[in-house]
Design a protein around this ligand. Structure first.
Ligand SMILES: [Zn+2]
Length: 332
């Protein structure tokens, strides 16, 4: 019964106006349900599709926004990092500048000391070790410079151009340092050589007493000759002593003569630096040979009574550039 009722068609009357006839359309019942259903479904599909598309669009936009946020954040970090790096570099340049200046000052002080040393050597070359030690120490102490520990002052920001100028100054400082080092590199070996020469010269000065006895039996200069009683010139000093007493080299040098000769008896002559020579006469024994390098105070022979002598004594004689001089100007 129901299926028959469902299959019965529905009649649709289309009335327009008086001139047109009434049209009658017969529609089956399933068709009448199907058409709106399809329409509703199509509309729903369209809405769902639009919703999906807009949702995807929103998601994409959100992703882009997130990406932009991340990029922006990264850029912020990069900028902060760069600012920190620049600030660090500026501080390092300032520190470097301070160190360069400090180093330059120190090098200058070393350079001055090196010059002081040269002056010291030069002074000793001429004055033969006077009291220059004390003057050297005084000058040296003047060079010390104590820096104060307390700091302060107004804060003034540093600009980029300041930093560039500072780095230029550092370059100049290092250039000055390099020049100073070059000068010292060429000067210091010569200074050491000069110091060595001075040391040799000081060791060579015949200034120590040549025997154990200190009794001077005859002085340097004019005297009555002990054999003839006639006025004569005594070219050295006579130091009386006992035969066999040690004879010391008054200064370092090289043995020039070691021989026996008439009035001199057994004698030794030593060549010292700066044109100085010492002679030791009337010896009883000679302990060195010609050409031997002798150090100051070294035993070279024994006191005696050989040659033109009235008793055991040492005739000690000093010559400077072949002229006899008073030995007491040297030995103390
Ligand atoms: Zn004499």
């Amino acid at each position: 019964m129901k299926s028959i009722k469902f299959k019965q068609p529905l009649t649709l009357l289309i009335v327009r106006d008086a001139q047109h006839a009434v049209k009658q359309v017969q529609l089956s019942k399933p068709l009448l349900i199907l058409v709106p259903t399809v329409a509703i479904l199509s509309l729903s599909g369209l809405i769902i599709s639009m919703q999906v598309q807009s949702s995807q669009l929103i998601t994409r936009m959100e992703q882009q926004l997130n990406h932009q946020n991340v990029t922006h954040h990264q850029m912020e970090i990069t900028v902060i990092n760069r600012e920190e790096a620049i600030s660090r570099l500026q501080n390092e340049i300032i520190q470097l500048s301070s160190e360069a200046q400090d180093m330059k000052d120190k090098m200058q002080r070393v350079h001055e000391l090196e010059q002081e040393l040269q002056q010291f050597i030069k002074k000793n070359d001429t004055s033969m070790l006077t009291d220059s030690d004390s003057s050297y120490m005084t000058t040296q102490s003047n060079l010390t410079n104590d820096l104060p520990m307390h700091v302060g002052g107004e804060f003034i920001a540093v600009s980029t151009s300041d930093i560039i100028n500072l780095s230029e100054e550092i370059k100049d400082d290092y250039e000055d340092l390099r020049k100073l080092l070059d000068t010292m590199e060429s000067n210091v070996p010569r200074t050491i050589e000069k110091a060595q020469e001075t040391q040799n010269m000081l060791a060579g000065i015949p200034n120590i007493w040549p025997t154990s006895s200190h009794v001077i039996s005859s002085s340097f200069g004019y005297r009555k000759d002990p054999f003839t009683g006639v006025a004569a010139y005594h070219a050295g000093i006579d130091i009386s002593g006992d035969t066999g007493d040690p004879i010391y080299a008054a200064g370092a040098g090289t043995v020039l003569e070691a021989d026996k000769q008439g009035a001199r008896g057994l004698y030794i002559k030593i060549q010292h630096p700066d044109g100085l020579q010492t002679s030791y006469m009337h010896l009883s024994d000679i302990k060195v040979s010609v050409g031997d390098r002798i150090s100051k105070g070294e035993v070279i022979g024994e006191l005696g009574n050989t040659g033109r002598s009235t008793g055991a004594h040492l005739h000690f004689q000093v010559e400077k550039k072949n002229n006899v001089v008073n030995p007491l100007n040297y030995i103390k």
